[in-house]
Design a protein around this ligand. Structure first.
Ligand code: NAD
Length: 302
């Protein structure tokens, strides 16, 4: 296969001063993209500027941005940096993140807000100004960063997990809205040893270096990406897909509490599950099941 490249394309990677984001920025730049390397700069910490230097050292194109994703003004300024430096935006990789873990009974509103602001609202604030440009140019690639902490649930991460699963919803909706404009929107649920996870992933046996995830994100950002609205999990060189499946279920026009209780195994049975592409597929399944139940003269006894 010919090398997949990003020449003449402009990418924005948030939270790219270290960890996963740095790897995404380096790979895209190595493959020809001009990259806006965003990260908040706390005090003397020039993480984003250092990544820009790394990119320029191998002859790549990069511009630094130190706005926070967590405000509408910050998000707009990040996209302005791309437009001012390179005249357009083709790719937005929403990667910036923080954790503020606390078991739910101890969670305080400030710990909720700060996590929602960076992960969830930040994804809106950065993506929306880019989206408007992408829609007009009828081309764009957006990657959101979800997490198994939300998709599967992880102890002590109600704020983070809720934000990360919300990003799956955002991915699905924007994939539907952007399709006809040539936009593609997908999500990554990464696993990597970074500043964020070094305290939690110590039991893992294997190499969880963040660079393993970058090819997956880069393909999701590529012109040739063949998927839209999907969620991929990646770490240690493995890549797989998470999806929302729906069981065949149980249908009874006279449904009672007792029916639900008696048929819970059938309701949950994964045999013959489907993966609805959108709400229309779910409604089609509901009406087909209802028609079939009516034809077989339910209500059945519990
Ligand atoms: P990391 O801490 O190394 O990188 C996150 C970066 O985001 C940091 O450099 C930080 O300065 C930056 N950032 C934080 N707040 C910001 C803001 N308001 N504006 C701009 N930048 C900001 O962690 P990482 O593991 O590389 O995480 C990258 C993304 O992947 C995050 O969204 C994280 O939630 C997600 N994630 C990581 C893992 C993993 O195993 N590492 C698992 C699931 C999800």
């Amino acid at each position: 296969m010919a090398e997949l490249r990003f020449d003449d394309q402009v990418a924005v990677v948030t939270g790219a001063g270290g960890g996963l984001g740095r790897e995404y920025a380096l790979l895209l730049a190595r493959r020809g993209a001009a990259v806006v390397v965003n990260d908040i700069s706390a005090g003397a910490d020039d993480a984003a500027a250092n990544v820009v230097e790394e990119i320029r050292a191998f002859g790549g194109r990069a511009a630094v941005d130190t706005h926070s994703v967590a405000t509408p003004e910050g998000g707009a300024a990040i996209i302005d940096t791309a437009v001012d430096a390179y005249g357009r935006v083709d790719i937005v990789i929403n990667n910036a993140g923080i954790v503020r873990d606390k078991s739910f009974h101890n969670l305080t509103p400030d710990l909720l807000d700060v996590v929602l602001d960076v992960h969830l609202r930040g994804a809106f604030y950065v993506t929306q100004p880019a989206w408007r440009l992408m829609r007009e140019q009828r081309y764009g690639r957006v990657v959101f960063t979800s997490s198994s902490s939300g998709i599967l649930g992880n102890f002590g991460q109600s704020n983070y997990g809720a934000a990360k699963m919300a990003l799956v919803g955002l991915t699905r909706v924007l994939a539907a809205e952007g399709e006809r404009y040539g936009l593609r929107v997908n999500a990554i649920a990464p696993s990597a040893l970074t500043g964020m996870t070094e305290a939690n992933l110590t039991d893992f046996v294997g190499d969880l270096a963040p660079h393993y995830v970058a090819p997956v994100v880069a393909w999701l950002a590529h012109r040739d990406v063949s998927v839209n609205g999907e969620v991929f999990t990646s770490g240690a060189g493995r890549v797989a897909r998470f999806f929302i499946g729906m069981t065949t279920g149980y249908t009874n026009p006279g449904l009672t509490i007792e029916h639900v209780a008696a048929h819970i195994d059938e309701i949950r049975d994964e045999t013959g599950y489907t993966v609805p592409a959108g709400p229309a597929d779910e409604f089609a399944a509901i009406s087909a099941a209802a028609r079939q139940a009516a034809a077989t003269q339910d209500p059945r006894p519990a």
